[in-house]
Design a binder for this molecule. Structure first.
Ligand SMILES: [Zn+2]
Length: 506
């Protein structure tokens, strides 16, 4: 077998049963390390005392007869340790002490014999390879990075028309060690609706890295995406900075802290004000394009050696165009426009929740233990609380069948035609529709009554087409994860979603 495969790539060769088992291993809070075999009790005992002395861990000795000899193993029970800590400990035993070591979900001998190997050499080879950051000599007509981008201390600056925006990059990031394709793509994503000139000379040559990156907002959809992606995924947060508005980072930062505490994985916060670019065109603050939320992931793709870009785009934006009209996402103009662009710089789009409604995403987040941590409300200034007034809060509460506040903002939204994210909003109104003060949405907004006739129960299952467009390397992994939380849409549910066109001219 080629030793260059990642663990989750092996998933393609396993049965579904084995996959579920292997994933439950990473989800459980109790794990065991099996060290050995050792040829004699004396050696095993010496190793055990060394482990007690150096790591304060008790090891249990067990023997097993193998043909004519007896093999001795040590078992160490690990509690309250993150995947990262367990893996680090395994590396110490394996690479520093040359003891064979394996992580198990239960004490005992596994059915399958494995040969744990060290990945240190693989990693070294990777560091020495220069394939990721290619030194590109500018050709005639090539994209000129310095014309639009510059650095001031650790701050990256992008200039477009009369606007200059910043990105606070990591201290050891450098413009020289970042492929020009990434600047070109980032540039395009920030100004595409008004200026397509960045792509006039597009001859991408960047090579893929080795792990995915996720544009992580701390909201429910991107937290669900996180739960469906491998644990090597690099999480990048666009920290809107230096701009006015109601947006507050309190809840997001509270979630990141807890996430880091529980999993040992960092969320990298990159401060930027690039959301003001649209104001040049008289628009309000926000992302210029659907992938402008991932600009930091693109800019840091070489720094973190990324091989794909993930976002938390849910079904309501993929298969349900504007949330109220079905489209075959894989065949849509949108997908055909963006996916080759990202693919050509070694960053294929990785949309783990494109087939999942927000209803499913909430369920995933809950099952993974992040309920109350992942918050889509961006307004609350109090950690662990939501504002209760905004559209996001309204949708979340009504979906969960909880009482909601019918604020002025919500009234305005419900009077709009079409209603924002109509399908799932109507689904949630069907679930309850009664406010905290007892106001009935059906009575207050009679114009939506005909729309409430539609059956939206397909929102409780995932669209299978979405897993087919996940980068092949991660497809089986994400599919297996997804199957833990929900089922795929049945034939009749697929039929139902295909017929969704809520505001067609009748
Ligand atoms: Zn809110």
């Amino acid at each position: 077998m080629n030793s260059q495969h990642h663990r989750w790539q092996l998933d393609r060769w396993c049965s579904e049963h084995t996959l579920q088992r292997s994933q439950s291993l990473f989800d459980s809070s109790e794990r065991f390390l099996r060290i050995g075999p050792f040829g004699s009790v004396r050696v095993a005992d010496a190793v055990a005392s060394r482990i007690v002395k150096e790591h304060g861990l008790e090891a249990k000795l067990e023997s097993i007869r193998k043909e004519k000899t007896i093999a001795y193993h040590l078992f160490i029970k690990l509690e309250m340790m993150t995947n990262k800590e367990v893996t680090r400990l395994k590396r110490v035993f394996q690479d520093e002490h040359q003891w064979k070591c394996e992580i198990l979900s239960q004490e005992g001998y596994p059915v399958v014999e494995v040969q744990p190997i060290s990945t240190v050499q693989m990693y070294q080879r990777y560091l020495e390879s220069s394939s990721v950051v290619g030194a590109v000599s500018p050709q005639d007509g090539a994209y000129e990075v310095s014309k639009f981008w510059s650095t001031k201390n650790e701050t990256l600056l992008f200039r477009w028309r009369e606007m200059e925006v910043f990105f606070e990059m990591p201290l050891d990031w450098s413009i020289e060690r970042t492929h020009s394709d990434l600047f070109q793509l980032a540039h395009h994503l920030m100004v595409e609706p008004w200026d397509k000139s960045a792509m006039e000379h597009w001859h991408p040559t960047r090579k893929a890295g080795w792990r995915p990156g996720l544009a992580f907002s701390g909201g429910v959809d991107s937290a669900a995406a996180l739960c469906l992606m491998p644990s090597d995924t690099v999480l990048l947060y666009n920290e809107r900075s230096g701009l006015p508005g109601q947006l507050d980072h309190t809840n997001a930062l509270r979630f990141f802290e807890e996430f880091e505490h529980r999993t040992g994985r960092a969320v990298h916060r990159i401060k930027s004000n690039h959301e003001q670019i649209r104001t040049v065109e008289g628009k309000s603050l926000g992302f210029s394009t659907d992938y402008a939320c991932a600009v930091q992931v693109v800019l840091l793709a070489d720094y973190f050696s990324l091989d794909s870009v993930g976002t938390g785009m849910p079904l309501e934006n993929s298969y349900l165009f504007h949330g109220h009209q079905y489209r075959d996402f894989a065949e849509s103009w949108f997908w055909k426009h963006y996916s080759p662009m990202f693919e050509s710089v070694g960053l294929p789009l990785y949309q783990p929740v494109a087939g999942c409604s927000e209803i499913i995403n909430m369920k995933i987040v809950k099952q993974c233990g992040w309920e109350g941590w992942a918050q889509s409300c961006l307004r609350s200034t109090h950690g662990g609380e939501v504002c209760g007034q905004c559209w996001k809060c309204f949708r979340k509460n009504s979906m969960l069948g909880l009482p909601f506040t019918l604020s002025n903002e919500i009234t305005t939204f419900l009077n709009k035609v079409p209603i924002k994210q109509a399908a799932s909003t109507l689904y949630s109104i069907q679930k309850s529709g009664i406010s905290r003060k007892g106001e009935d949405i059906r009575k207050k907004f009679p114009s939506i009554l005909p729309l409430l006739e539609t059956d939206f129960s397909f929102l409780e299952s995932f669209h299978p087409g979405a897993t087919d467009i996940i980068p092949e390397k991660y497809r089986t992994y994400t599919k297996t994860r997804l199957n833990l939380f929900c089922s795929r849409m049945s034939r009749s549910e697929l039929e139902a979603i295909r017929n969704i066109n809520l505001y067609s001219e009748k």
